[in-house]
Design a protein around this ligand. Structure first.
Ligand SMILES: *Cc1c(COP(=O)(O)O)cnc(C)c1O
Length: 649
């Protein structure tokens, strides 16, 4: 099951709390055994669908369905009475009408009235009703066939209507006014620690600003309400935009062609590897099925390779975090006849610009392989270097990372791929969609959010994009430099510098005070920060990526919180606070706990909740739950919400 699975767990005080289950959250653990490789899931869209169900409730949804079905059955009945043939009686919302030889003519006539019909073939048209359809639509559509729809629907829903209740949870019954709905959404957003409150230093995720001006066009009806398969005449503006975007992305990355179809970086990997496979096969090289992947790679890399039907061979990394070139040489030679591709991430997931990257690409080409470039870290390259010049044959771009599409909470993402000329015929594109090379269900994937990236590139311009990259690298190095005395920076490149992110080794606190990486991550919440990426790609570390969007004051606030946490750990190490009862072990602290009658901890309530800031002026984020039982959440994937009757009683 691609996407996210949520488990219900309990917190340290026995209250319920929800968390992403291990099974779908950290797929890098499963690597080439992964069953799901979509990291950037469609959770945001799922939430919109859930909000729709919350607003309408089961009664509302059934009323909508009945009305749609009523329109469709009245349409079919009208046609029948006029002697026009329709396919099948068991319909819900769609009627297929048989009009021998006249399908195109009828569709053209409908179009004059502003309605687009689906031309199934020369003899049939398909007509679907939905909740936006009106009585006027019904009358006009029936008239196309010389028919009139009856005023009342005779038929009932096909099959047996469900008798059992559905959507029985209270939330689907409690919000029947806009006031209540508004307050529900507000309460939910209050539980979130999002970019509108503080820096989100999630390494490899590139949680940068999604500027208001970039987001604005997404809500325009001309952008939002277009059908993915609308005829070309209706998509002129879209096609100018996608054409420009493809050209800009090609220029930025140094490739000859771009496909905007993949919906995530991982899907770009899959599409890119399929293109490589087809390329080899087109040359009669049918035995090339080995994909070399460094041990430091993101979990999606081996998962995508496995899905593309390749055999994954892992290449070692050196102590310093670089690809072990000797091991790479040995494996490239060993599998020379079978070598399909190398997947390489640059700068690496260790946050370092790997010096030998060009030689590595050349080595793979010498052995007949292709180079797949994981472009998730393009925020460290745009305007400074191009994957195409470095030696890559294919590269994906996470538009939801480097190019400003918001992706907190899981998508929707876009992961276009750029390719060199020799791979262009194997790209999934609009035409290929028809020929079977497609990787998603619409020709341009998540096209409606492309304007965000278009706006970003257009507003930044070449100089702005380059400056953003430089500031992102500068910010990461600033954080690394300020914190290195407290937390060793795990990997560094030439001149002791990192790329756009840095890995802070918190294992020093484990050794000195028994404080683990999770304690640090949870304590950061009390300080008002979302935790950085934890224990990836190295267990016991935090990967921090500040991005160019954070002002220096926010970087300082983060560094000071991390330094203060090291100070708190020192108090545990010295015995001032007991190992099992200190602000780190008990973090995060909820309002209920901090304001409770009794307080028995060896530190004050203020230290618990306001460790860094003045309570009179601080913009405090209160976590809704305290420490969550991780294992319980992985085991309890079934929603245990009480049924509405239980609440009533
Ligand atoms: C995010 C990421 C991916 C996967 O991209 P999705 O869009 O989440 O599928 C792959 N590789 C690296 C290095 C990443 O950071």
């Amino acid at each position: 099951m691609p996407g996210r699975l949520v488990g219900q767990s309990v917190d340290a005080h026995g209250r319920p709390g929800y968390r992403l289950a291990l099974q779908t959250r950290e797929q890098h653990i499963r690597r080439d055994k992964a069953t799901s490789n979509i990291c950037t899931a469609q959770a945001l869209l799922a939430n919109m669908a859930a909000a729709y169900a919350i607003w309408h409730g089961p009664d509302g949804l059934q009323a909508i369905a009945r009305r749609i079905h009523g329109l469709a059955t009245r349409f079919a009945a009208g046609l029948k009475a006029a002697g026009v043939k329709t396919a099948g009686d068991a319909i819900f919302d769609t009627v297929t009408v048989t009009v021998p030889g006249k399908a195109a003519g009828i569709a053209a006539k409908a179009e004059e009235g502003g309605r687009l019909l689906r031309v199934v073939d020369a003899n049939r048209v398909g007509i679907s009703f939905d909740e936006t359809s009106t009585e006027a639509d019904l009358a006009a559509l029936a008239a196309l066939f010389g028919a009139a729809a009856p005023a009342e629907a005779a038929a009932t829903l096909p099959g047996k209507p469900r008798g059992d209740g559905f959507l029985t949870q209270p939330v689907f019954h409690e919000n029947r006014s806009e006031t209540e709905m508004m307050r529900l959404l507000r309460r939910l957003s209050d539980k979130d620690l999002a970019l509108d409150r503080a820096m989100i230093p999630l390494g490899s995720c590139t949680m940068k600003l999604n500027a208001a001006a970039e987001m604005q066009p997404v809500s325009w009806p001309s952008v939002a309400n277009l059908h993915p398969f609308a005829p070309d005449a209706y998509t002129q503006g879209y096609r100018i935009m996608t054409g420009q975007l493809e050209a800009w992305l090609s220029e930025i990355t140094g490739f000859d062609g771009v496909s905007l179809q993949p919906n995530a970086g991982s899907q770009g990997e899959y599409a890119g590897l399929l293109a490589i496979r087809r390329y080899h096969q087109s040359r009669g090289d049918t035995g090339r099925d080995v994909c070399l992947i460094p041990s430091s790679a993101h979990g999606t890399n081996p998962a995508s390779a496995a899905m593309a039907g390749m055999a994954v061979v892992v290449v070692k990394c050196t102590e310093a975090g670089d690809i072990d070139v000797e091991d790479l040489k040995a494996k490239a030679a060993q599998f020379a006849d079978r070598l399909a591709a190398l997947m390489i991430t640059y700068p690496s997931t260790h946050g370092v610009f790997e010096e030998g990257v060009k030689d590595i690409c050349a080595l793979i080409h010498e052995h007949g392989g292709q180079v797949y470039f994981d472009g998730a870290n393009l925020n460290a390259l745009v305007g400074l270097a191009r994957p195409g010049d470095i030696g890559a044959d294919v590269c994906h771009m996470n538009l939801h990372k480097t190019f400003c599409i918001p992706h907190g909470g899981g998508g929707p993402g876009i992961g276009p791929i750029g390719v060199k000329a020799h791979l262009k015929p194997f790209l999934p594109g609009h035409e290929a969609w028809r020929s079977g090379h497609a990787v998603s269900a619409a020709p341009y994937g998540s096209a409606s959010i492309l304007p965000i990236t278009w706006m970003y590139i257009r507003m930044m311009g070449a100089a702005g994009l380059k400056q953003a990259t430089e500031v992102a690298i500068l910010s990461a190095n600033y954080v690394a430099e300020r914190l290195k005395a407290h937390y060793p920076v795990l990997y560094k490149g030439r001149g002791d510098r990192v790329a756009h992110e840095c890995i802070l080794d918190t294992r020093v606190l484990k050794e000195s005070a028994g404080i683990g990486v999770e304690d640090v991550a949870k304590r950061l919440i009390d300080y008002g920060f979302h935790a950085p990426t934890m224990s990836w790609p190295v267990a016991g570390t935090l990967m921090v990526e500040p991005t160019e969007s954070e002002p220096k004051a926010e970087l300082d606030r983060f560094c000071e919180a991390m330094i203060a946490i090291a100070g708190e750990a020192a108090k545990v190490a010295s015995g001032e606070w007991p190992a099992g009862d200190n602000p780190l072990a008990n973090a995060p602290h909820t309002a209920a706990e901090t304001l409770a009658e009794s307080w028995s901890h060896p530190y004050s309530r203020l230290v618990a909740a306001y460790p860094a800031a003045d309570p009179a002026t601080a913009a405090k984020y209160w976590p809704p739950v305290s420490r969550i039982d991780n294992v319980a959440g992985d085991r309890n994937l079934v929603c245990a919400c009480p049924p509405v009757e239980a609440l009533a009683s």
